[in-house]
Design a protein around this ligand. Structure first.
Ligand SMILES: [Zn+2]
Length: 251
């Protein structure tokens, strides 16, 4: 049930026919993991907190550095040297003190990933490297938790929503390891992609709209174009191949 204050706070989105009181209640009861509190994690966390997601768990092992500030809008000059999860939590609490924000300052590894994702309804990919994305993707498939992929470089970004056992997973599309290296990026790119991911999360949790599944969305900020590429499941995928389509759940 929503309190009178919550009714007022979320009035403009409750007015949306597809959301209503019921949808807002679903958001309030939802638990979302955001893996990464940087360029993508900032807008994702801000918009999900503002929308009234009941619990947000932020995971990031890093500390705020000067060179983060061109894009990681949850972190400000005064936060340099602080743990990113602490800096992020401070801002999110100021934005919406009615929701729960959990913070974990750990590096996501094969050993701890299952535990870190425990008890969540969705996992949002706000990472900066493919090897850890693979770790997260595999975990999402094993635990049957929807996974919201986003990635950026320069003026270009991509996004896709993955429902385990139902739709194409990250590993179905990409093969082989990619070395981790510093990549260029301007802050508006993760802003665009992060907000697309947050939109998908809200739609999934409420159960409305058409999800960005089996479609890889490519944003090109220089051309100002959005293009979609159809992708399909690889039955031999070593991450999701074991899931028959009957086992998956569709939001
Ligand atoms: Zn797959």
């Amino acid at each position: 049930m929503l309190t009178p204050s919550e009714q007022e706070r979320y009035d403009r989105q409750i007015m949306i026919g597809e959301i209503g009181q019921e949808g807002q209640g679903k958001l309030k009861r939802s638990r979302v993991v955001i893996a990464g509190a940087g360029g993508l994690g900032s807008p994702i966390a801000i918009y999900l907190a503002a929308a009234g997601i009941g619990m947000i768990r932020l995971i990031d092992h890093d500390q705020v550095a000067l060179s983060n500030l061109n894009r990681q809008i949850l972190h400000w000059e005064e936060d340099i040297g602080q743990r990113k999860v602490d800096s992020a939590k401070t801002k999110l609490r100021k934005l919406n003190s009615w929701i729960e924000v959990e913070t974990i300052a750990e590096t996501i590894t094969e050993d701890n990933v299952l535990k870190l994702m425990d008890g969540c309804d969705v996992i949002v990919d706000a990472l900066d490297n493919l090897p850890t994305r693979y770790t997260l993707n595999r975990c999402a498939m094993e635990k049957n938790i929807p996974f919201f992929h986003g990635a950026v470089t320069g003026f270009e970004g991509r996004a896709m929503t993955i429902i385990p056992g139902k739709t194409t997973c990250l590993r179905c599309m990409y093969r082989g390891p990619v070395p981790q290296k510093k990549f260029p990026v301007i802050g508006v790119t993760p802003a665009v992609i992060g907000v697309i991911q947050a939109t998908e999360v809200i739609k999934y949790l409420i159960g409305i709209g058409k999800l960005l599944t089996d479609r890889l969305l490519i944003f090109d900020g220089l051309e100002m174009s959005f293009n979609e590429f159809k992708v399909s499941r690889n039955p031999d995928c070593d991450h999701c191949g074991f899931l028959s389509s009957a086992e998956g759940r569709l939001g």
